[in-house]
Design a protein around this ligand. Structure first.
Ligand SMILES: C[S@@+](CC[C@H](N)C(=O)[O-])C[C@H]1O[C@@H](n2cnc3c(N)ncnc32)[C@H](O)[C@@H]1O
Ligand code: SF4
Length: 408
């Protein structure tokens, strides 16, 4: 089952925000995330907030777009009453779950609601995640016609044995097809890969990265497999049926991926993300990491506006109840202190190629930079220019780098 929500203050039923969130809002971008909490089956490793038909407790997929559109209307009123500068959305991201389990017309209707409510910047980035099983050429054409610009496919691996361990349902031979269809429809393409699956060899991983590169996507994400508590994968590892991922092997896999990707013209801009050439970064994800404002629509979705963060009730049935009653779906929220915001900037920006300004660090954190350079974890040239940028080894040890920067 999906993991629990954070503990924090209750959120008011009308969703109203303090007027402090408006401070400086004209200088921040605005993005919209729409969570679509449905999957046909749950993959054994995944603890995302997503539900199969059997788990919906009466909530209906066919009602979902209307509920999300109602939350968009509520969001517009809340931001207006807080005095936030009206801004067109720079980016919109439909994630999940599997957004493409819904009819394309539903995704189009939700995007139209965003556009009518806030407007879209002329060059707005509009992405949906997709399972390779759940789209065809007509579907992708309908998305493009509705204003989507980008699709991100969960490829994970090109090796059938690895896909089977991950309990993925798609045939690897479908990847070239869906990528070609997306391109024909006029969409930019990203592929998600996972490394470190039990039983995956370095040669399996090489084959997956090479296969992904051969499709010439605009963007590739490569995530180390995380064994999440409560998943089937965690039970299989505990019972000895599968081996736990090995840190050293995952490190070798990361280095291999970076080498192959760089040689093919993909440049890292965040520890797990590479864009082809320049201008193919995911602007939506960069906005999270750079601390801009975004409204997260849907069950379990998180939002952040001007230093206040909140999250919605998790289950689609609870979400539907709130929306039908005319209430905000927010379950809890927290107001981030200046120090918490600084710590988050250190956490997130030290994972970016654009780096973290050393001015964000305490004197102890600035002293730690010299040690990180000596250990080969931070780029000395960038540090001279006042920015902390991790080296390849620093990216591999990103958590340790952050701990030292925060002097923990
Ligand atoms: C919402 S899914 C993408 C769309 C669609 N649901 C799918 O899986 O094809 C987002 C991505 O998160 C990654 N992911 C999910 N659980 C993970 C885990 N436990 N460890 C590493 N990556 C994970 C997968 O790469 C997946 O493609
Ligand atoms: S299809 Fe995607 S969201 Fe759904 S269970 Fe699998 S990894 Fe998770």
């Amino acid at each position: 089952m999906p993991s629990a929500l954070p503990l924090a203050d209750p959120a008011p039923l009308d969703g109203l925000l303090p007027s402090t969130v408006a401070d400086g809002s004209g200088q921040r971008n605005f993005g919209v995330y729409v969570h679509v909490p449905f999957c046909r089956v749950r993959c054994g490793y995944c603890d995302f907030n997503t539900y199969t038909s059997d788990e919906l407790r009466g909530a209906k997929r066919s009602d979902y777009a209307g509920q999300a559109i109602a939350e968009i209307a509520l969001a517009s009123g809340v931001l207006e009453r807080a005095g936030v500068t009206p801004r067109a959305a720079s980016t919109v991201f439909f994630g999940g779950g599997t957004p493409t389990l819904l009819p394309a017309a539903d995704l189009a209707a939700m995007l139209t609601a965003v556009e009518r409510t806030w407007g879209l910047e002329l060059d707005a980035e509009v992405t949906t995640e997709a399972n390779p099983d759940s789209v065809d050429l007509d579907y992708l054409r309908a998305l493009r016609a509705a204003g989507f610009t980008r699709v991100s496919f969960g490829m994970q691996s090109a090796v059938p044995r690895v896909l089977a361990t991950l309990e993925r349902t798609h045939d690897p031979e479908r990847i070239p097809l869906v990528v070609a269809w997306a391109r024909e429809a006029g969409l930019r393409v990203s592929l998600d890969l996972i490394y470190g699956t039990p039983g995956e060899t370095l040669e399996d991983w090489r084959a997956s990265v090479e296969h992904a590169i051969a499709q010439r996507p605009d963007h590739i994400s490569a995530y180390a497999l995380i064994v999440e508590d409560g998943t089937k994968l965690a039970r299989q590892i505990r019972s000895g049926e599968l081996d736990a991922p090995d840190d050293d092997r995952q490190a070798d896999m990361y280095e291999l991926a970076d080498e192959l990707l760089e040689a093919a013209g993909y440049h890292w801009y965040e520890v797990s993300n590479w864009g082809h050439g320049s201008g193919n970064e995911s602007r939506h994800n960069l906005a999270y990491w750079q601390g801009h404002d975004w409204w997260g629509v849907g069950p379990g979705a998180h939002s952040h506006v001007g230093g206040v963060r909140w999250w919605n009730v998790k289950h689609p049935a609870a979400y539907a109840d709130r929306i039908l009653a005319g209430h905000s779906p927010a379950a809890g929220r927290e107001t981030l202190s200046d120090e918490t915001q600084r710590v988050e900037r250190v956490l997130l920006r030290s994972r970016l190629s654009e780096g973290l300004a050393t001015a964000e660090l305490t004197p102890a954190g600035r002293t730690a930079v010299a040690g990180l350079i000596a250990d080969g974890l931070v780029d000395p040239g960038a540090a001279l220019r006042g920015t902390v940028v991790p080296t390849l080894r620093g990216r591999l040890l990103a958590d340790a780098v952050v701990r030292r920067l925060l002097d923990d």
